[in-house]
Write a protein that binds this ligand. Structure first.
Ligand code: NCD
Ligand code: ZN
Length: 358
């Protein structure tokens, strides 16, 4: 039993899936991410998207400018290492992949099926046309990060992840059996089972919201727009399986917050944006989820070891201490141009916090 653990020092975590956005938004998102994470894999769905190494270099430089200008400690500034991703389009070439692999700053390539989620209009419309790119990914051992949902209008939103596994994933892995793939932000037992049934080249990230919540939290007693993200929260039985695999100690499952900021007024709207914001509070959220099933002792593998292992990178050397002292999640943060940002579980209290942060 781990009930007695009230303080836990773990290697510094990395976030293998985060949306920092761009320009003025970086003044909020970068210090939040840098407070907890060393490496962060920055999603490329900007407007316009990060499509090649030059875009990635320029984006990274903008992130670093905001880091420098922030009031983050000198130690955290030195440790923060944003890793870039390219956004796969119908026009990405094998040469783009080769340059990315050799760039030293591009860690992976992201595939959004066109129309699947926020800013994915430039995504891939025909996966069969990606053969050259996939061959190059395999050759250079660059992971493919998948937003695993089909997008056909007639497919029910709750079935889109499973349909992707059955209809698209199976084809991709049959043709490219050694390509490294991360199923991003998995939400179903089907995806967990699929990842478990594959070799070590296939892994998955899991968000705090999919470990802690299910579609009842989103829809019962009124629509709660701050629980709306994509892939959408599923039924409780799926949430339980995700919690099982995340806390199992299996290195195929690791931390990816999918922290995805949208200004409060863009979420609390007749057509609200998809995305939960968790960059500043992700570690207390994950600690709370793990502790809820008596598995806090499994936290470090998930937050700080397995992702690095999958990407073939060393684990971090610094540490962070989690403590069972309650914290309150802010009701909102100031965001750019006078807007505000409402985090996941805004105004609520969590049993775990980061030592020294209160
Ligand atoms: C993300 C965003 O807002 O960029 N939204 C989300 O609901 N997760 C996009 C994504 O990762 O799907
Ligand atoms: Zn995302």
């Amino acid at each position: 039993m781990t009930d007695s653990i009230r303080e836990l020092t773990i290697l510094q975590p990395d976030d293998w899936h985060i949306h920092l956005r761009d320009d003025k938004a970086l003044a909020t998102t970068v210090p939040h991410a840098a407070g907890s994470f060393n490496r962060v894999i920055c999603m490329p769905n900007l407007v316009p998207p990060v499509k090649n190494v030059e875009d990635a270099q320029a984006y990274r430089a903008r992130i670093m400018q905001h880091l420098e200008a922030s009031n983050v400690s000198a130690e955290r500034k030195a440790a923060f290492d944003p890793r870039m991703t390219l956004y796969l389009t119908d026009h990405t070439t094998a040469q783009d992949i080769e340059l990315a692999a050799k760039s030293g700053i591009v860690q992976a390539v992201k595939l959004y099926p066109a129309g699947a989620t926020t800013n994915s209009a430039d995504g891939v419309t025909n996966i069969n046309a990606c053969v050259d790119v996939f061959e190059a990914l395999e050759k250079y051992n660059l992971p493919l990060l998948l937003h695993g949902e089909v997008t056909h209008d007639h497919v029910d939103i709750f079935d889109r992840e499973k349909r992707f596994l059955d209809e698209v994933m199976v084809q991709i892995i049959a043709k490219f059996p050694t390509m490294k793939i991360v199923m991003e932000h998995i939400t179903t037992s089907d995806a967990a089972d699929f990842v478990l049934s594959q070799g070590n080249q296939i892994a998955a990230t899991i968000t705090p919201q999919h470990l802690m919540f299910n579609r009842n939290h989103l829809l019962l007693g009124g629509i709660k727009p701050h629980f709306y993200c994509l892939p959408i929260l599923k039924r409780e039985s799926h949430q339980k399986v995700l919690l099982d695999v995340a806390t199992s100690g299996n290195p195929k499952f690791f931390l990816g917050t999918d922290s995805a900021p949208h200004a409060t007024d863009k979420k609390e709207a007749a057509c609200g944006c998809a995305g939960c914001y968790s960059a500043a509070t992700a570690l207390p959220l994950y600690a709370t989820a793990f502790d809820s099933v008596g598995k806090i002792d499994r936290l470090e593998g998930f937050t700080s070891r397995f992702g690095a292992q999958f990407y073939g990178l060393p684990v971090n050397e610094s540490t962070i201490t989690m403590i069972k002292t309650p914290m309150q999640i802010p009701a909102s943060y100031p965001y750019f141009d006078g807007s505000s940002l409402t985090p996941l579980m805004a105004g609520e209290s969590l049993p775990w916090s980061i030592k020294g942060s209160l």
